[in-house]
Design a protein around this ligand. Structure first.
Ligand code: GDP
Ligand code: MG
Length: 436
């Protein structure tokens, strides 16, 4: 989608003059781009008509920077189409019960974990996960793995194959044990069918959740709309979770679903890791669709993961020339915590395209980590003592070569130098610059 829109908006973004023909042509391209992204025909047509009216109303052609104004109008309209301001989830109950619905493979179990982790990090919330996918033993195991990973208790009952009974028992368990949020993970099927719909609506009726969420794979395009409609007809759900937005982003699903069921999109999933969850901001999504990159999200996520205390300690160390490999290792772990490298890079304007053929992943750090792990604690905090016999030992221990060890040392020294230069608020300044 963004490639096409890029092209369409290119003319308008340029300095060249703009004519009514230009506007019409651009809108045609915008519409084609929307259709390509599986946006419903009528929605796409209404959209361009609205944009055109606005453009004419604001006399785009006579302004100094018609291109910019036009981009703004397209962006604003797109934002409104996806739902205006971001909406949170209802956590007023005690416990607040959140029911997950959606097809098999849409990402319900993964998102249940992400949401539990997200709420747990808010300190005032103590979530409980409840396993109601009773058809495959592996599904219960999967939720337990997720729960262990994030340190959240999972309620399950392997002998029981009645999801209504399990969900009720789960809520009772939460009440008795001081959990204030209950997240109920359910079974989906590969396509919409009566058995699944009956089951989810039975659970829904029995437990009356504060929040019913419909989870949908953003890669499924126009099908996502039909599925959303089917679930909404039965559940009248409260919000949509759009998963797998880390892949070849199809913003189309966001636009169509919102238009067809008129329910807010609340969160997006941007990767397989538990941290890959973001609040859905229509304006940012519009930016992303328009190829401007979601810089705000990126900066926010980076800040969230960056421990202030840690930062202060680090700055002191740098100032005193005590920055060592242990600190370096911590930084790598920090970066990894932020999510898949490619996800992150994809949010930087322009980088997404560049990275299409490049494979950057966490493995890039594996060699580095192995080398550092093969150093003694004394060596880690005093890198200057690394002579050639130590380097040979480290190379052997980490399964790398002396050259690789040297390479890392070189990078480390460069980085230390750079950080020394940046200290004294330089880092903060950079963040501010990124924020614009
Ligand atoms: P469920 O059947 O609805 O419970 O779906 P799962 O949670 O088991 O997810 C199905 C697959 O999609 C798993 O392999 C997940 O790791 C993957 N997945 C879930 N959410 C995301 C996401 O946001 N991005 C990516 N890339 N993969 C995801
Ligand atoms: Mg599941």
């Amino acid at each position: 989608l963004s490639d096409k829109l890029d092209k369409a908006l290119h003319v308008l973004k340029g300095h060249g003059s703009i004519t009514e023909v230009n506007v019409a042509e651009t809108l045609k391209e915008v519409r084609r781009a929307l259709l390509d992204a599986d946006v419903n025909f009528k929605i796409a047509k209404d959209f361009t008509t609205k944009v055109k009216e606005k453009a004419l109303g604001q006399n785009v052609l006579t302004t100094l920077q018609p291109g910019q104004l036009m981009v703004k109008i397209v962006k604003d309209e797109l934002t409104e189409l996806m739902g205006g301001d971001a909406e949170g989830i209802n956590l007023s109950g005690n416990p607040s019960v959140i029911l997950m619905s959606g097809l098999q493979g849409s990402g319900k179990t993964t998102f249940s974990g992400k949401l539990a982790n997200y709420l747990k990090n808010k300190k005032t919330k103590k979530p409980l996960l409840v396993a109601c996918d009773v058809y495959r033993p592996a599904a219960i195991d999967q939720l337990h793995v997720v729960g262990d990973q994030i340190g959240v208790e999972v309620f399950s009952d392997r002998g029981n194959n009645d999801p209504v009974a399990i969900s009720k028992a789960g809520i009772a368990h939460a009440k008795a044990n001081g959990f204030n949020v209950v997240i109920i993970d359910t079974a989906g099927r590969l396509a919409v069918d009566e058995v699944m719909m009956n089951e989810i609506s039975n659970i829904h009726r029995a437990i009356q959740p504060q929040e019913t969420l419909f989870v949908v794979d953003s890669m499924t395009g126009q099908d996502a709309v039909n599925t959303a409609k089917a679930f909404n007809d039965v559940l009248n759900f409260d919000g949509v979770i759009l998963t797998k937005l880390d892949g070849d982003t199809r913003g189309g699903a966001a636009i169509s679903i919102k238009s067809v069921v008129n329910k807010p999109i609340k969160f997006i999933g941007t990767g397989e890791k538990m941290e890959a969850i973001d609040v859905f901001y229509p304006a940012r999504m519009a930016d992303r669709i328009l190829g401007m990159g979601d810089v705000v999200s990126l900066v926010e996520r980076a800040q969230e993961q960056f421990d202030e205390e840690e930062a202060r300690k680090l700055q002191k160390k740098i100032a005193k020339n005590q920055f060592g490999f242990d600190d370096f290792l911590k930084q790598i772990q920090q970066i990894k915590k932020m999510g898949n490298m490619k996800d992150l890079m994809g949010m930087i304007p322009g980088a997404g395209k560049m990275l299409k053929d490049v494979d950057i992943d966490d493995d890039a750090f594996k060699g580095i980590e192995a080398i550092i792990h093969s150093m003694t604690p004394h060596e880690r905090s005093n890198p200057s003592i690394l002579n050639s016999s130590r380097k040979i030992r480290i190379g052997k221990g980490s399964g790398t070569s002396v050259q690789q060890v040297n390479q890392l040392l070189k990078q480390f020294n460069q980085m230390s130098k750079m950080m020394k230069m940046m200290q004294g608020g330089g880092g903060k300044k950079m963040m501010q610059m990124m924020k614009g």
